[in-house]
Design a protein. Structure first.
Length: 138
């Protein structure tokens, strides 16, 4: 995902509206919209004229991806290295992670009655993470 060339025209309200329209209409960008808007809001004013917007954006994206991975690990009590492996397998095979694989990376395994719902919730969060931070990002 590249934002190069945007900096010079960002002050122009037409350019701003154009970017926001793209974020609203491109299905692949919808999950990324909030992060892109936050990057623009928090970082554009600090960029020097002629700065490499793509480099700044890539750095921002990597940091946000890491934060999201840590948050997912903590929220669901998942072993971070196990989560990375499950995500890697999901990306490689393009098949939804198996419930047993997700249960395996949990710090504390849920009881038999709740395993399905807990695993399904975590799988949905993994898919959302991949959709937001990995799919469609160059």
């Amino acid at each position: 995902m590249r934002l190069g060339g945007v900096y010079e025209t960002w002050g122009d309200s037409k350019a701003r509206k154009s970017i926001m329209d793209v974020l609203d209409t491109e299905a692949q960008l919808r999950s990324k919209k909030e992060l892109i808007e936050r990057f623009i809001k928090e970082n554009f004013a600090q960029l020097a004229p002629g700065a490499d917007v793509s480099e700044a954006f890539d750095s921002y994206w990597t940091e946000e991806k890491h934060k999201a991975m840590v948050a997912l690990s903590q929220e669901e009590s998942l072993k971070p290295e196990g989560l990375e492996e499950v995500i890697g397998a999901y990306l490689f095979t393009e098949k939804t992670p198996m419930r047993d694989d997700v249960i395996e990376i949990m710090e504390t395994r849920p009881g038999l009655r709740e395993r399905r719902s807990v695993a399904d919730r975590v799988i949905d969060k993994i898919k959302s993470f991949v959709e937001t931070f990995i799919e469609g990002v160059d």
